[in-house]
Write a protein that binds this ligand. Structure first.
Ligand code: COA
Ligand code: AMP
Length: 633
């Protein structure tokens, strides 16, 4: 079947299409009901089916005789360590940790936060939760204690699983102390903190709630995977929204397993037994779907990489790993490629490795510029596939489905809708626009299995944020257009979310922190172009009159405040003092105009602006501080 046929089948007959895909899994109880509505009148998949993700990722493969196959290859240049972990070993680690969680009183439906670096224990923790129906919420290590505290208060975890430290290139990151600080800040207090000691020679502060991870695993019995309803939440993953408060995306169990299994074969083109590598982090959706659950469900060997594309030790690391571990399909963010290209523009380091094992290179997480795509194609000599999705979808929405039929690659486009996604470009009134016209990227309901089922504790925000904007559609928050051949081009967010080095961040949240500095009268934070990271946040502040002489000191404090509240991942390094900000007559700050001037995008000066001279003032500040592209007119 070619792409068009398979795609049409998925849209015209979603029930039979997804039932057939669900049949690829080992259910404890096969679903009879395929698509139905939940208590919030929203769609749910396979509601009467029962299964377990941990079972499907581990036990099933052992039962079928693959216990000695590598499930995980842990490659950590930052500790100079490599480990090959078979499905048998994974089973032992996960089932005993699950036993330990049970001994501590965690039960089906409880929540557990996982705040860990890229080590095997992070994966064991996720799979141990899934084994007993505990809903995990992994928090990315680059977030500060304050962000962790927000998530603790929102999902009220019975336990937090963490490690003593992380390592950023050569710097030791204090994970456990961050957890302690977060618990101090949070109103809700978890009962236990399970700490994996990496034995890096750094003292770990001890608290009465601490449980030693290794001792817990050693002393606990193995437990079997429990049968969970398909609609049981497997995890909550927080992501940035348009307000300062992150949104807890809920993922189900059965729909997710079905979609991931389908995507491994049909989107990524990998067969069981192949090695697959997503160079992301378990704290992001890519990590959940394509470091952990997707490859393991499909009996792939997954590579767990603790390092960076450069500096660990150099720009050849990615190529060394592909070659050494025989990676068939790799997935990373364009930022990582840009970082490598900057260090090794002619690809000389790459020449040292035999990369003939690599069949496809996938890119996602941010817009892929044409130069990066072309460079990667030239160097790797395999199809380079830009594909588009988000935390909410859980798996790709636009892609060149290479497992069905490789389509010609059009640089700048993430290709076509993936099976199950009826993607349309809408105007302000919700009408479908003509080909070539830019609009809002929306997906006709129902969404396919595996996509978000709601927001944790906030069904109202789920409806208002995603479903109410266009009746009958899910609104992605991205803008884009379709060309005459049906290729979809994503042009960027239409809200104030930005994408910095593939990390999704809210400028509204940063702006709240900047505004709360005692010397700031008013401010704007927005994203501007960055050659390496795609975008970076820029803050403009107007100071209270008495504080102007303290400018440099205040700038440093503001940068420190954002780092302290959100974390290093915010990459907030530029804050400029201006005399005033452009506003409409009704007082609304024109952030888009500020961004467009910095990025040298076309802009119109709105007729409602109170004083046009302000535009030249802003340009002059940008020029003085080398912000954006220089030829400002
Ligand atoms: N734990 C603690 N701190 C972290 C962290 C983690 N897991 N990940 C990042 N940070 C810190 C970094 O050390 C850095 O701190 P600094 O300001 O003290 O230097 C800060 O957060 C910003 O990190 P990052 O945006 O990653 O920038 P970088 O300069 O360290 O590295 C790249 C630049 C391009 C090499 C890096 O961003 C990269 O590898 N990107 C790949 C993107 C990716 O995998 N995205 C996932 C979505 S698919
Ligand atoms: P996240 O939820 O962190 O995965 O971020 C999702 C957002 O990243 C999307 O809404 C897009 O704005 C952006 N994004 C992801 N992949 C792509 C892509 N291939 N092209 C353009 N933007 C992308």
């Amino acid at each position: 079947m070619n792409y068009q046929e398979l795609y049409r089948k998925s849209i015209d007959h979603p029930d039979s299409f997804w039932q057939e895909q669900a049949n690829q899994l080992d259910w404890f109880k096969s679903p009879k009901t395929i698509l139905s509505k939940d208590q919030y009148d929203y769609y749910q998949w396979f509601s009467d089916g029962e299964l377990n993700l941990s079972y499907l990722c581990i036990d099933k493969h052992i039962n079928e005789g693959y216990g000695n196959q590598n499930a995980i290859i842990y490659d950590s240049p930052v500790t100079d360590n490599k480990e090959h972990i078979t499905f048998n070993t994974l089973h032992k680690e996960v089932s005993k940790l699950a036993g330990g969680l049970r001994e501590l009183g965690l039960q089906k439906g409880d929540t557990c936060i996982i705040y860990m670096p890229m080590i095997p224990q992070a994966l064991y923790a996720m799979l141990a939760c899934a084994r007993i129906g505990v809903i995990h919420s992994v928090v990315f290590g680059g977030f500060a204690p304050h962000e962790l505290a927000i998530r603790i208060d929102d999902c009220k975890p019975k336990a937090v699983i963490t490690a003593s430290n992380g390592i950023e290139i050569q710097r030791i990151i204090p994970y456990k102390p961050f957890v302690d600080e977060a618990i101090l800040l949070a109103k809700y207090k978890p009962e236990h903190v399970i700490v994996f000691d990496r034995e890096l020679g750094v003292d770990i502060p001890h608290k009465p709630y601490d449980i030693d991870y290794s001792k817990l695993v050693n002393d606990s019995p193995s437990v079997e995977a429990v049968a969970l309803q398909s609609t049981h939440p497997s995890y909550i993953l927080y992501t940035s929204g348009t307000t300062g408060t992150p949104k807890g995306i809920i993922r189900d169990t059965g729909g997710y397993a079905t979609a991931l299994k389908f995507s491994m074969k049909y989107v990524y083109g990998v067969d069981e037994g192949d090695t697959f590598w997503a160079a992301s982090d378990v704290g992001w959706v890519v990590g959940h779907s394509y470091i952990v659950y997707g490859p393991l469900l499909n009996r792939n060997t997954t590579v767990l990489f603790e390092g960076k594309p450069i500096k660990t030790p150099d720009a050849s690391t990615f190529w060394r790993i592909i070659s050494e571990h025989q990676v068939k399909v790799m997935f990373t963010a364009p930022t990582a490629i840009r970082a490598i290209k900057k260090e090794d523009p002619d690809g000389q380091l790459l020449q040292q490795f035999d990369l003939s094992c690599l069949k496809y290179q996938f890119l996602a997480g941010e817009r892929c510029d044409v130069a990066t795509l072309k460079w990667t194609e030239q160097q790797l000599k395999v199809p380079v596939i830009d594909h588009w999705w988000q935390t909410e979808s859980g798996w790709p929405m636009l892609a060149n489905m290479v497992g069905v039929e490789l389509q010609p690659v059009k640089p700048g486009s993430a290709s076509f809708p993936v099976c199950g996604y009826d993607i349309q470009i809408l105007n302000d009134d919700g009408d479908i626009v003509a080909d070539g016209t830019e609009g809002y990227v929306a997906v006709k309901l129902p969404l396919p299995p595996g996509t978000l089922s709601n927001l944790w504790g906030n069904p109202e925000r789920f409806k208002s944020g995603y479903l109410n904007r266009f009746s009958g559609y899910y609104f992605s928050g991205d803008g884009g257009y379709k060309d005459e051949d049906g290729y979809v081009f994503i042009t960027g967010r239409v809200d104030d979310i930005i994408n910095v080095a593939g990390h999704r961040l809210s400028t509204a949240e940063m702006e709240e922190i900047v505004a709360s500095h005692k010397s700031v009268a008013e401010c704007a934070v927005f994203g501007v172009h960055c050659d390496l990271k795609g975008q970076k946040p820029l803050g403009l502040v107007v100071l209270k009159s008495g504080d102007v002489s303290e400018e440099e000191h205040i700038q440093k404090e503001i940068i420190q405040d954002v780092r302290h509240e959100i974390g290093a991942v915010a990459s907030f390094r530029d804050v400029l003092v201006v005399n005033r900000l452009p506003k409409t007559r009704s007082g609304k700050i024109l952030r888009k105009l500020l961004r467009n001037i910095a990025d040298e995008q076309q802009y119109n000066i709105p007729s409602t602006i109170d004083d046009v001279a302000i535009i030249n003032e802003i340009k002059s500040v940008y020029q003085t501080h080398n912000i954006g592209i220089h030829n400002l007119k």
